[in-house]
Design a protein around this ligand. Sequence first.
Ligand SMILES: [Zn+2]
Length: 278
Amino acid sequence: MIQVMKSAVPPAVLLTEGAAETLRNCQAYDASPADYHVPAKGKKFTFDNEIYGHEDVKAQLIRDQHEKCCFCEGSFLAHGFGDVEHFRPKAGFKQKAKNKLSKPGYYWLAYEWSNLFFSCQICNQQFKKNLFPLVPGATRAINHHSVPKEESVADTLLVNPALDDPEQHIGFRQEVPFGKTDKGEESINVFGLNREKLNEARRKHLKEIEKTAIVAEIPIEELSGEKVAAIQEVLGGVSLQELKSIIEEAKAFIANAAKPSALFAGMTRSDFSHLPRQ
Ligand SMILES: [Zn+2]
C-alpha cells in the first residue's frame, strides 16, 4: 500500500444525486431510528450503486490510484472490473470477523467521496467485506448525528489509503508484508495482504526489479567492443544500438519502480529505499 492522493474535487454525481440519496436515507432514519438498529429483521437502507459506482466516480478513482487496487496495489483491470469500495461499510460493520453484522452501517457516508476507493475484488469481497475494526475503547460513530461524523485516524484500526501514510504501518521483508504498528498488522489481515497468490505476484515483480537493476547499472559510455561481445554472448545477436536501448529502458524502469504509478510501489519502497518516490 502507498498513500492515495485523491482529487480534491469530488465527481459531480456525488454532490448532486449522491447528496440527495444521503438526505433521503438520513430522513428515513430520523423517522424511526430504533428500527434501523435491529440486527437481523430491522429496516434496511437502500443504496444506489449507479451513483457511487457511476463511471465518473470509477474513472476518477482509477486515475487517482494509478489503475491499482488501493489495498494490494495490484493492477487488475486486465482481469476484472474492480469494485468501488466503501472504506467505512455502508450497510453494516463488524469489529471482528467472528462477530455478527452490526447495523446500521455508515449509511451517511455511502456517497461521500472521502469514503470511496477502488479495489480489486479479492481484497474487497474475499477479505475486507464488512470489517471495520476500531482501536479498543474508541467510540464508534453510530448515525449521521454523531460528532464527528466519522472516527479519527487514531481511532481506526485499518490503514486509510488516503489519510494515513501506509508506509508508516506496513513494511516488507522481500515480498512478504509485516505490520510496523497494530494498525499495520490488522490491515494486513483484514485486506489479505499476505495471501499466497499476492506474495507470488510480488516475488515475481521483485525478481524483475533485481534483474533489471543489474542491466541498468551497465555504464553505456564504457561499452567497449570486448564488453559488448561478452554481453552479446548472453543476450544473443543484439546490436550495439539495441543494447544501448535495452540499458536505457532498464534505467527508466528502475527510476520509476518506486513512484506512485508503479506496481507494488509500497514493497519496492520498503526493499529499495534509495529509489526516487516522485
Ligand atoms: Zn487488491
